[in-house]
Design a protein around this ligand. Structure first.
Ligand SMILES: N[C@@H](CCC(=O)N[C@@H](CS)C(=O)NCC(=O)O)C(=O)O
Length: 212
């Protein structure tokens, strides 16, 4: 049996982050599609895995661990694979710091703008504009904070890079032009050059969406 099963949805950004980490670390995994349209994520069987009723979920059959929250899953996989965890505790804490920063305006601004753009959600026009600005401001800040660095933490890639890449990668789908952020683009290209990298379109099996 494969040690890990990722439960997710191929259009889901947080699921992509975990799929990306599994691919970058060369970790074999099974993939279970969760049909959000039919409400599978709110059924008792799934709620037993994830109390928040959201994807992704990662099952570790070897250690009998069931994890949710993409940033926590990346943290766990760093320990279990011995990769992308940073060189010491201080590096790991810095990585977590970036992950929490990324979970704020970057996530809300980009993922929500994308959701609106793709018609997953309908927001009032003012909310759409506020999300767009929030995302653009976060990208601008990230572009500035990355200046003079190859990676977010230390001399090599960590879960911080995987996590924040997995958010920033959706900026084009959110209608955000990355042209004005050359430092950010250079960093993204470095992530994309890592062995095992998969982009947002090819990382996860694309299940046929069932008609609702
Ligand atoms: N903070 C969570 C967010 C997960 C999340 O928002 N998942 C969405 C799909 S992208 C979901 O399951 N939405 C269904 C719902 O919230 O009911 C993570 O990083 O894992």
């Amino acid at each position: 049996m494969t040690r890990f099963t990722l439960h997710g949805m191929f259009l889901s950004g947080p699921t992509y982050k975990v799929g990306l980490m599994l691919n970058l670390t060369g970790t074999p995994f099974d993939y279970e599609h969760v049909d959000l349209r039919s409400g599978a994520h709110k059924a008792d069987a799934f709620l037993a895995k994830n109390r928040y009723g959201q994807v992704p979920v990662l099952d570790d059959h070897e250690k009998d661990e069931c994890l949710c929250q993409s940033s926590v899953i990346l943290d766990y996989l760093a320990d279990e694979t011995g990769q992308f965890g940073g060189k010491d505790r201080s590096s790991r804490l810095r990585a977590r710091e970036w992950q929490l920063w990324g979970a704020g305006a970057l996530t809300t601004g980009i993922y929500r703008s994308r959701a609106a753009k793709l018609g997953f959600f309908t927001f009032p026009e003012q909310v759409v504009e506020a999300n767009l600005q929030m995302g653009l401001n976060a990208l601008k800040e990230l572009n500035m904070l990355l200046d003079g660095r190859d990676w977010l933490v230390g001399a090599g890639p960590t879960i911080a890079d995987v996590d924040l890449y997995g958010i920033a990668a959706y900026a084009p789908q959110a209608g955000m032009d990355l042209g004005p952020y050359p430092v950010l683009r250079k960093w993204m290209a470095k992530v994309e050059a890592l062995q095992g990298f998969r982009d947002v379109k090819t990382c996860l099996p694309q299940q046929t969406l069932k008609a609702s």
